[in-house]
Design a protein around this ligand. Structure first.
Ligand SMILES: [Zn+2]
Length: 320
């Protein structure tokens, strides 16, 4: 399952052994998951989304104001992101974490990823708290209480939001360049950009966008947390409940910066509950807020390689 372009990380055998010893004794474990978890799954990065979206500042599209001003444009952006996420494949780290959840009832994962990859490997939903929501839940925009939401993996979600690729001459210079770029991206094992052909965005009428099937009046919107919105209350409550239920043996910070919110905050909270900290990241300068403490672990490399290896004493071999 691992990408052939992934390089083997160099692992300190003593660190791995001491981690395994601690994991085997652990019953309550938190994991904070970020973009690095999905890095080898072939997802284009949010800010790096090119082609169609090169002329747009992606962060300016992820706001309630942008949606109110131009729901067609924002829905086209999210339709592209849903399509890209569905082209990506869950990697061995997603499988390993889902397997750990099934083996260890006291394991709780807090994910900042909206890509749906953990859901696609059947990570038990009650052990997967989605801090930033997900691209694959949509909900009614009616603020006065329609309350409709649904899980939806259909691509495109409505016909009008199909990714515009037609009308390109495959022998054109643009199409050739796009194939070269895509091949190069694949060789690098990341940043696969499916929309490198710079076609103009079609105009999509508002009445062709997804409409709420319950009230049949308001638009549906992507169930992600936009800039300026608060994190979902139920998710935060679930995490608080977990933290308050007792001592925590360990917090794993995987593919996300350990020194900024929310990882920094949860790392401190877990430490207060007795947790040792394990960071899995490509960046060796990514130390937890407050610095390293005795008993912490740092494993440098691709999560897809490292996580299955780290969890093996509890979950066995992935794929078996
Ligand atoms: Zn509604």
């Amino acid at each position: 399952m691992a990408s052939s372009t992934t390089t083997n990380p160099v692992i300190n055998a003593a660190d791995l052994a001491s981690f395994h010893e601690h994991l085997k004794k652990s019953t309550r474990v938190l994991a904070l998951l970020g973009a690095g978890l999905s890095a080898s799954s072939g997802l284009p990065t949010f800010r790096g989304a090119g082609g169609l979206w090169r002329t747009h500042d992606a962060t300016s599209l992820a706001t309630p104001e942008a949606f109110n001003a131009d729901p067609s444009l924002v829905w086209q952006f999210y339709s592209y992101r849903r399509h890209a996420a569905l082209q990506a494949q869950p990697n061995p780290a997603h499988y390993a974490l889902a397997k750990l959840a099934r083996k260890m009832p006291g394991f709780q994962a807090l994910s900042q990823n909206v890509d749906g990859l953990s859901q696609r490997v059947d990570h038990p939903p009650e052990q997967l708290q989605l801090l930033h929501g997900t691209l694959f839940e949509v909900r009614c925009t009616d603020r006065r209480g329609c309350g409709y939401s649904e899980t939806n993996f259909i691509d495109p979600i409505v016909p009008a939001l199909a990714i515009p690729t037609s009308g390109i001459d495959p022998s054109s210079d643009e199409a050739r360049q796009a194939r070269t770029d895509e091949l190069q991206a694949k060789r690098q094992g990341n940043e696969l950009d499916i929309s490198n052909i710079n076609v103009p965005l079609p105009s999509v009428a508002t009445h062709s966008l997804p409409i709420c099937p319950k009230c049949q009046k308001h638009l549906l919107r992507p169930g992600v947390v936009w800039f300026g919105e608060s994190l979902p209350t139920q998710v935060l409550d679930n995490i608080d409940d977990f933290v308050e239920a007792g001592a925590i043996d360990m917090i794993m910070v995987i593919g996300t910066s350990a020194k900024v919110y929310p990882a920094a905050g949860y790392t401190e909270v877990a430490r207060e509950r007795g947790a040792r900290v394990c960071v899995v990241n490509m960046d060796e300068n990514d130390r937890p807020a407050g610095g390293w403490k005795e008993g912490d672990w740092f494993f440098k490399g691709d999560a897809a390689m490292l996580v299955p290896m780290l969890l093996e004493p509890v979950i066995g071999q992935i794929g078996s």
